[in-house]
Every structure is written in structure tokens, then in C-alpha cells.
Ligand binder design. Structure first.
Ligand code: NOJ
Length: 744
């Protein structure tokens, strides 16, 4: 009888609710009616998210009593449906659970790591990649993905820089929004969509010293100008949820931080999606030393605005009593439960709680592989190409392929690859052999077996193969395990004997092409200087091999741009182009060897740089070469005297003046020349990636609202102060034409 009632109830729910957005009156009424029937324990149950890899019998028990709202990390569709059936048919109110997973850069078919996706500077492509990831995840029962990660990341030592879209505010905002749209689409809840979760709210990218989980020092102004805008952008794009960060912000850990969660996210932005803690983060309030016990942790987190508790059971353990004792008002619980139920309606779970029969079977399809290859291809950044050694031409007869990343099917996928299948990976070696071995002889000797390998016993064989080859291609970089969560490094140079390998190869006197496949910008000054050409490929995913092989042989033209500055030395961290002006900007930089002995201090001048490594990155943000040449004409503004409510409009002509078809990323930066507070020397305000045939020109119009040049003044008010702004239009953060505008 109970089953029949439950089925009837679900049927009625489906009849009354066809949910397309989160402000649907029917849905709110349906939520009211559901909540009026829920006990206190059932309500708290909705806020409980547990890891399906742990203690499943206990989770099943909770499903029957309505004591759990979400299950993480189960990706077997049959198991998902079995568990869902318990929730739908046996729990008191038949509320489906929502299955969640870290779908960070693909599911089975792996895209490049997010840092690589950012390097494409191509939002449409990132959108397509996110659609593909969502579709594959959906086929495995996932309806809630913990991505995009939009922590502005300016310290290459931090392992999680791999998961981010890099150092820039706008790039994180636009790429994050592209992922949200790709996951959720305009019809969230339709088959093959998943709910997005923007993380980590907020400031996680600023962990001190790049050490994971560390404390942060972020002023409110920096929070508002740097770390919050990507979250605002994804909230505006309809992102269904937000995950709290592990770090503290000005002393208050994010999961208990009412300033960011309640005052800013809820009240200032009016955000009505779900907030979920990071894994165990509510429990960590005790380790942070701000909660005495689990009960206090529950109270602090809920009252601050953390709706769902990931993996600690602290809410189910303590909220019912805290509410009965009126220590926590029931209204706070109700608001959180309402948001979780709304998420489930939004995900379409009340209409279609089960995985089948809406499958399309497209997991790891040839279309998905082709898309992964395109994203990988556009993510490759050419840093150097002396003597146009690339692309390899017809004269090349024998190519030596070497290095620890040449044939590393696991490592080229990067971090967050639990659902990948390394047997699908096409490595550079595979691709060079399958695509080019008919025309050129491919010799292979890895030299080193993995990035940390210190065993040089293969170097003899390598030397003799190098002497035979016309060209050498060395695939260097990092193993996947050296990047990602909890994998920070103090020294970000190439590990193991990779430098010695490059030394050996360069002594062979053959053109040397170095490909770096890594989860961060590594420091490789020596290796790069000994190479004739360098391609930087952030761990490029399943189809990284063909993407790189086709670039090397000129079938495709590299078009990636750096989403992060490449440091000379880790000691420059944090390193980013949008530095504030100092009172003593770097001037007359000397090298350590030029410093006279026994001189007095003033001999070196007094400016802001390191005596040993200067101040500049090896390669700046936004930089990347092509096989063709692009010219950007002088910008022509419609008007240079503008008011704060105006839009700056200007146009440039982009010309592909070289000998190959290709793409350029036109980048627009702005500098506020004089303000009441110090401003960054440049800030990216717009970018556009344009594909042009050789010889082709295109007129590009840009429209930038003057309001987007805003800052937070001393009273923390968002303002555009009158005065001069310089607008730079170029193809990196250090190049380009400029013009001035005056804002009244
Ligand atoms: C911890 C990570 O910080 C977060 O990004 C991830 O989504 C959760 N674990 C869940 O796996």
C-alpha cells in the first residue's frame, strides 16, 4: 500500500510540475506542499550528502527514512537506479536523491585540464566540451557536477591551478559561464543536462605560498575585484549551486563565513541556488579552531548559509536538536531545504528520477573524440619557433620521439580523471606513428620513463638515436599525480633528469622541438633556451596525441594563448600581469652577475624586482605564437570622451598577413591611469578569437560598457572614477596599440 501511495504521489508531482526555471510558481507550491509533510528529520535529511563509496548499507537505510538528500561518487547507472528506486518508492515523501560527481574536464572522454581549456580562449568550444562532459556524465546517472572551478589562480606552486581557468578575472568569468551553460543549457533538467556547481567560494586560489588548504590574506577590495567576479558571472549565467572553499577568509573559514555566503551571495546578489560545503569542510571548522565541537560546527555553518553538508553527517547529527532547542531557527533550515528541493526540480529529477531510457549511448563516441581533439588542439600554446623549425616539412625523413610524456596515457589526462579510460588515450607517439609514419621514419626512445625518473641508463641508446635523426621531438612535463588537489610544489622546475635529457639532445646538434605537457606553468628557462621550438600543452586529455602531432606537422595551426604567466622562477610567485602599480616600478634591472662587488647599496637603484630573476615572466599572460602572422590595425574609437553610463565603441582590422590559415585572439586591456586608489597596470576587459584564411582581413567592432572599468573605492562602493583610461588592443598582455579615453 505504501508503495502504491508513493508512486501515486510521484505521479501527481510529475503531473503538476513541468519545471523549466527556478522561479516557477508551480514548483514553489509543490515545494510548499512537500515541506508541509516533512518531519524535522526528513528536512535535515535533504541537507545530507554522503559519499557512496563509503558504507553503502547505511546510506540505503537513510534512503528509506528520507535521511539523505544527495549521494556522491556512484557512477554505475544500474546502481544509481537501484538506490534511486529506494528513495522514490520507499522514503516517506518519495523525494529523489541527486547523484553528484566531480566532472571537471570531461567524464570518459577527457578534455584538456581546465587550464588548457582556458588557453583556447574559445568560449564556444569550451561550451561544446562541457555539453559533451554533461552528456557522458548523465548517462552514468550524474545530475550534479562539481564544476566549474573558477578560483583565480596566480601561484603556479598551487597544484589546483590545473583545475582553474588561470590568473585572470575575466577569463575565469567567461570560461566558467561557458561551462555552466554547457552543463545546464537553456533547458536545465532536460535529458543530458547536469546541474553545475561553481567552486570554491571563495578566495581558494589565494592560499598563502600556494600551499593547498592554507590560509588566505585577501582584503575585501581584492575579494570584490578579483575573487568574487567569476562567481557573480556564473550566478548571472544561472549556475544552480556553489561550493564553499576549504580556506578561511580574513579568519573565518568559508563554510562558516556569513559575510561571503549570506551578506554577499544571498543578500547582495539575490542568489537562490544551493550552497554545499566542500568535502568534510564543516567538520574542519573544528580543526580551524572556530568550532568547539560538531554541534557548534553545525550551527555556524547553517547560520552562515551553507545549505548542504558534504560527507560529515554533522547536520543530521545535530540540526534536529539545535532546532528543537530553538538555538537555530527552523526558518534557516526551511530556506536551505527549499533550495535543495528546488535544485532537484530544476535537475528534472521529479520528472525523470532514473537514468534510463533517455540514453543516447554517445559515451566516448567518435564525435566526442573529435571534439576532445579540437579542444586539445586549440589549447596548445606555441611559445617559441626559432627559424620556423615548426611545422616539420617534407625534407624531414627521420624523427626521434623521446621524453617521459611521449607515451604516457595516464599522465596526459591530468588531474580529476576518475571516470576516464586510459585505453582510449591517444598519445603523441601513437598519433605520430599512426598519422605520419608512412611519410617519415619515427624513431622512439623515451630516455626517461616518467617525469621524476632519475635513471639515465637509457641515455646511451638515446644518444645514438639522436645522431640518426633529422629532428628531435622531446615530450617533457609533469606526471598527472604531481598536479591537482593537495599536490602543491615549492619547486616547479622539470623533475627527474629531464634537464639532463634536454642537455643531451641539444648536444646532438639537431633541431629540437620540446613539448611540455603539464598541470601548471613549469619553470624551464634552460630547457626552453636549448630548444628551437616549444609547444606548451597543459595536460591535453584523451586526444592530446593527435592534436599535437597535427600541429607538429602543420595540419593544424596553433592558436592557444597563455591563461597564466610562465615564471622564470618559482620565487616570483604569485605572478600575474595585472599587478598593481607600485611607487617604485621595476627599472634598470640588472642581472646578478652585473652587480659590482663591495659597492654601496644605492648603486643598484631602488626599484621593485628580484636581483636574481628580475620581475618579468618568461612568457606573459595572453601570449602565444602562430604559423601565420596577424596584424591588428590602430584602434578607431567612435568617441573618446565618455560618461559613466556610456559604452566605449571602437573597431580594429585584423589581417592574416602570413602564409597559413589560422586564428588570433584579439585582447583588450584597460588601465585606469589615475584613481583614488592604486589600480592594476592592465586588466583584460574583452577578447575575441577570430579564424582567418591567409590573406583575409576582418573589421572587428568592440563595445565595452564604461561601467565595466569600475573599482571599489575607499568606502567599498563600486564606482567608475572620472579621468583618463588607456585602452590597449593587442595579442598578449604586453603588446598592442593603445589609445586614451576620458571619462567624465
Ligand atoms: C574536495 C575538492 O576540494 C572539491 O573540489 C571536490 O568537488 C570535492 N572534494 C568533492 O570531490
Amino acid at each position: 500500500m505504501r508503495y502504491i501511495l508513493m508512486t501515486l504521489l510521484l505521479f501527481m508531482t510529475c503531473l503538476s510540475v513541468s519545471f523549466a526555471g527556478n522561479r516557477n510558481g508551480d514548483v514553489e507550491a509543490r515545494i510548499d506542499s512537500l515541506m508541509s509533510r516533512m518531519t524535522l528529520e526528513e528536512k535535515v535529511g535533504q541537507l545530507n550528502q554522503l559519499d557512496g563509496r563509503r558504507n553503502l548499507p547505511y546510506i540505503e537505510q537513510l534512503l528509506r527514512t528520507g535521511g539523505i538528500g544527495s549521494i556522491m561518487n556512484i557512477t554505475d547507472p544500474e546502481e544509481v537506479d537501484r538506490l534511486q528506486k529506494i528513495a522514490v518508492e520507499e522514503s516517506p515523501n518519495g523525494i529523489p536523491v541527486i547523484f553528484s560527481r566531480d566532472v571537471v574536464h570531461g567524464f570518459r572522454t577527457m578534455l584538456p585540464i581546465p587550464l588548457g581549456m582556458a588557453a583556447t580562449f574559445n568560449e564556444e568550444l569550451v561550451y561544446d566540451g562541457a555539453r559533451m562532459a554533461a552528456s557522458e556524465a548523465y548517462e552514468h546517472g550524474i545530475r550534479w557536477a562539481f564544476a566549474p572551478m573558477i578560483d583565480v589562480s596566480r601561484d603556479a606552486r598551487w597544484g589546483r591551478i590545473a583545475e582553474s581557468f588561470g590568473e585572470d578575472v575575466l577569463l575565469n568569468s567567461r570560461m566558467g559561464a561557458a561551462v555552466v551553460r554547457g552543463y545546464q543549457t537553456d533547458s536545465p533538467g532536460a535529458p543530458h543536462t547536469v546541474m553545475a556547481c561553481a567552486k570554491h567560494f571563495v578566495g581558494y586560489g589565494a592560499v598563502e605560498g600556494g600551499r593547498d588548504y592554507n590560509t588566505t590574506n585577501i582584503t575585501e577590495r581584492q575579494l570584490r575585484e578579483v575573487y568574487l567576479p567569476p562567481f557573480k558571472a556564473v550566478a548571472d549565467a544561472g549556475c544552480a549551486s556553489v561550493m564553499t572553499a576549504f580556506n578561511d577568509i580574513d579568519g573565518l573559514p568559508a563554510s562558516a563565513n556569513g559575510f561571503v555566503l549570506d551578506s554577499i551571495l544571498r543578500k547582495e546578489w539575490g542568489y537562490d541556488g544551493v550552497t554545499v560545503s566542500d568535502y568534510g569542510a564543516i567538520g574542519e571548522l573544528m580543526k580551524h579552531g572556530v568550532a568547539r565541537d560538531r554541534e557548534e560546527a553545525a550551527r555556524l555553518a547553517l547560520l552562515a548559509g551553507t545549505d548542504m553538508d558534504m560527507a560529515t553527517k554533522i547536520y543530521t547529527g545535530h540540526l534536529p536538536d539545535l532546532i528543537r532547542e530553538e538555538i537555530v531557527p527552523e526558518s534557516a533550515l526551511d530556506s536551505a531545504v527549499r533550495r535543495v528541493l528546488r535544485l532537484k526540480f530544476r535537475a528534472g529529477l521529479f520528472d525523470r528520477p532514473y537514468v534510463g531510457p533517455d540514453l543516447n549511448g554517445g559515451v566516448a563516441s567518435s564525435e566526442n573524440m573529435a571534439l576532445a581533439e579540437r579542444v586539445a588542439s586549440e589549447s596548445v600554446v606555441m611559445l617559441k619557433n626559432d627559424g620556423n623549425v615548426l611545422p616539420l616539412g617534407r625534407a624531414v625523413r627521420k624523427v626521434l620521439v623521446t621524453g617521459p610524456l611521449a607515451d604516457a596515457p595516464h599522465d596526459q589526462l591530468g588531474t580529476w580523471t576518475m571516470d576516464s579510460d586510459t585505453s582510449l588515450t591517444v598519445t603523441p607517439l601513437d598519433a605520430l606513428i599512426s598519422g605520419y609514419a608512412d611519410d617519415v621514419e619515427i624513431l622512439y626512445e623515451p630516455g626517461l620513463l616518467y617525469s621524476r625518473d632519475k635513471d639515465t641508463s637509457r641515455f646511451g641508446a638515446l644518444r645514438s638515436k639522436a645522431s640518426e635523426a633529422d629532428v628531435i621531438i622531446a615530450f617533457l612535463g609533469e606526471e598527472a599525480i604531481l598536479t591537482g588537489e593537495a599536490h602543491s610544489l615549492a619547486d616547479i622546475s622539470l623533475k627527474g633528469m629531464q634537464s639532463a635529457l634536454v642537455e643531451l639532445l641539444s648536444s646532438a646538434g639537431k633541431p629540437l622541438v620540446t613539448v611540455i605537457m603539464a598541470g601548471r606553468p613549469v619553470t624551464a628557462v634552460g630547457e626552453i633556451s636549448k630548444s628551437d621550438a616549444v609547444l606548451y600543452s597543459f595536460h591535453p586529455g584523451t586526444m592530446g596525441g593527435p592534436a599535437l602531432a597535427d600541429i607538429i606537422f602543420g595540419k593544424t595551426n596553433p592558436s592557444g594563448k597563455l591563461p597564466v604567466s610562465v615564471p622564470v622562477h618559482a620565487g616570483q610567485s604569485p605572478l600575474y600581469y595585472s599587478q598593481k602599480s607600485t611607487g617604485r616600478p621595476a627599472a634598470k634591472i640588472r642581472s646578478l652577475d652585473d652587480i659590482p662587488r663591495n659597492a654601496y647599496q644605492s648603486v643598484l637603484g631602488h626599484s621593485s624586482y628580484y636581483l636574481d630573476v628580475g620581475v618579468k615572466p618568461l612568457y606573459p599572460f595572453g601570449y602565444g605564437l602562430s604559423y601565420t602572422e596577424f596584424d591588428i590595425s590602430e584602434p578607431e574609437p567612435d568617441d573618446t570622451l565618455l560618461s559613466r553610463s556610456d559604452t566605449l565603441r571602437f573597431s580594429v582590422t585584423l589581417t592574416n598577413s602570413g602564409h597559413a590559415d589560422g586564428a588570433e585572439v584579439v585582447q583588450v586591456y584597460v588601465r585606469d591611469v589615475h584613481a583614488s586608489l592604486t589600480r592594476p597596470v592592465r586588466e583584460l576587459k574583452d577578447f575575441r578569437k577570430v579564424f582567418l584564411k591567409k590573406g583575409e582581413s576582418r573589421r572587428l567592432q568592440f563595445s565595452l560598457p564604461v561601467s565595466s572599468f569600475s573599482m571599489y573605492d575607499i568606502n567599498m562602493k563600486e564606482v567608475v572614477e572620472p579621468g583618463e583610461f588607456i585602452v590597449y588592443v593587442g595579442n598578449s598582455s604586453t603588446s598592442g596599440h593603445s589609445f586614451s579615453i576620458n571619462v567624465r
